[in-house]
Design a protein around this ligand. Structure first.
Ligand SMILES: CC(C)(COP(=O)(O)OP(=O)(O)OC[C@H]1O[C@@H](n2cnc3c(N)ncnc32)[C@H](O)[C@@H]1OP(=O)(O)O)[C@@H](O)C(=O)NCCC(=O)NCCS
Length: 152
């Protein structure tokens, strides 16, 4: 299929901002990535891009925290959904976290809106389990599920 994983390049950013904006416009619960927030994430997180030939099909950002890795964003270009890219990129992120885990960083965390069933199913299928709930995290009545994958 000619897929490559790359660290985010400056030249990839407009395409990523564009498809994340498209996802945002569809008002996916708990998915709140303005251009400003995304630009800030580009500068502080480890950012990964999955490309099919030359085009950016999926993006993810991972924060390397003192005690864990945290997945802050995972998004597939709406035009490229349902082809396995989300699952492939998540597998790559898990490998990244496993390869960089140490005695302090032994978990991979993420938060997902309770109503984002597609993302929740993908995370569960890849081994993440619910370890907590944050009521009203995304707004009144909008619960976040805190999920974790042990790395060691
Ligand atoms: C969630 C998301 C990353 C999944 O990416 P994707 O590339 O479309 O998903 P994949 O093709 O890798 O499929 C993953 C699983 O979901 C299932 N799936 C994908 N699209 C589906 C659909 N429209 N309906 C039902 N199941 C679907 C697949 O069957 C697959 O399961 P399987 O491996 O058992 O067959 C993508 O939908 C997305 O970007 N959503 C918007 C942003 C988001 O919600 N991010 C996560 C929260 S921050």
């Amino acid at each position: 299929m000619n897929l490559t994983f790359q660290a985010l390049q400056k030249s990839d950013q407009p395409a990523i901002i564009q498809f994340i904006h498209e996802i945002q416009q569809n008002q996916l619960p708990g998915f709140d990535w303005s251009s400003e927030k995304l630009n800030s994430e580009f500068s502080v997180a480890q950012c990964f891009v999955l490309k099919k030939v030359e085009s950016c099909s999926a993006f993810a950002s991972v924060r390397v925290l003192p005690s864990a890795f945290e997945l802050t964003c995972l998004a597939v270009d709406p035009k490229a959904r349902g082809q396995g890219f989300g699952k492939i990129l998540l597998g790559h992120l898990i490998d990244f976290a496993r390869n960089n885990a140490d005695s302090h960083r032994r978990e991979f965390w993420l938060e997902v809106h309770r109503e984002n069933g597609l993302a929740y199913d993908l995370y569960s299928e890849c081994g993440f389990q619910i370890v907590g709930r944050r009521p009203n995290y995304y707004g009144k009545g909008q619960e976040a599920l805190l999920m974790s994958l042990p790395l060691k």
